[in-house]
Ligand binder design. Structure first.
Ligand code: IPD
Ligand code: CA
Ligand code: CA
Ligand code: CA
Length: 268
């Protein structure tokens, strides 16, 4: 059943509350001694007990408010893909766990609400700097103030964050993407937190995020919604409208979007 925009905005308030609660749990253990475990893809695929505790806290909060909604989350046995119909919450308890575990401030608690497979509300909270990025059916906002994407149009002036997974096959793709940025655009930024990069495009701190491979919904959905509500564009690697599950993601301020798609689309 579709969520009317008023309900999307109600869910946004619940998403903000959940992101703040979850983020507070993570902040409590930030820069403390942590037992860092590695997942299937090695040391760059890190997880801690805090990641799991934060997700649990958020799921509790969402389950209390919207018990019939689906919940998608990175950790544990939660759903891993966004259902095509109905309301779904998409949660990355800590995006940027490698940064978090090293004591680097760039990590976020990310929550998107999707309706029929498309994000309609987003809350990205960066507890270490107390920055909150939100968007529902209206403006995107940072700490309560409306934000818009930047207006850099000259390809040679674009700051681009290539966002990739950590698996061995993605390393080659990442190195090609870094090459593409260095040769065809301005310069590379790698935040190590996909949602921070996407939030940065929404506020004009960055001009684009690029991936040629499929990314997980929890790394993308909230940030894509923020960018759209801030006046930017998000497509798959071929230039078609992005949805969770799309191949690749080109998310930009919109000014040089076609040049970015041309440069990253592997078939062209
Ligand atoms: C990772 C970060 C990283 C991105 C990876 C993600 P995690 O998320 O966002 O910047 O390049 O694709 O998996 O594992 O720290 O939540
Ligand atoms: Ca992870
Ligand atoms: Ca992530
Ligand atoms: Ca994570």
């Amino acid at each position: 059943e579709p969520i009317p925009s008023a309900d999307a905005d109600d869910r946004l308030a619940a998403a903000v509350a959940a992101a703040e609660r979850g983020g507070a749990v993570a902040l409590d253990s930030f820069r403390s001694a942590l037992d860092v475990e590695t997942k299937a893809d090695g040391p760059m695929d890190a997880v801690t007990a805090v990641d799991r505790a934060v997700q649990e806290r958020i799921f509790e909060s969402v389950g209390d408010a919207y018990p019939d909604d689906a919940v998608v989350g990175e950790e544990g046995d939660a759903l891993k893909t966004v259902p095509d119909t109905g309301a779904a919450w998409v949660v990355d308890p800590i995006d940027g766990t490698v940064n978090y575990a090293k004591g680097n401030r760039v990590w976020m608690t990310s929550i998107a609400v999707c309706r029929d497979g498309e994000p309609v509300a987003a809350a990205n909270y960066a507890p270490a700097t107390d920055d909150l990025y939100v968007a529902g059916s209206g403006d995107a906002r940072r700490n309560g103030d409306p934000v818009t994407v930047g207006d850099t149009a000259d390809p040679n002036a674009l700051l681009v964050n290539p966002v990739f997974g950590v698996s061995a096959s993605h390393r080659r793709e990442l190195s090609k993407a870094v090459d593409t940025v260095c040769i065809e655009f301005g310069d590379v930024r790698r935040f190590g937190c996909a949602q921070a990069a996407l939030s940065g495009v929404a506020t004009g701190e960055l001009d684009a995020v690029a991936s040629t491979v499929e990314l997980n919904a929890w790394d993308t959905a909230a940030g894509v919604h923020l960018i759209r509500r801030a006046g930017g564009r998000a497509t798959d690697v071929h230039g078609d409208r992005w949805r969770p599950g799309s191949t690749g993601l080109i998310a930009s301020n919109g000014e040089a979007h076609d040049a970015l798609v041309d440069a990253f689309d592997p078939v062209e």
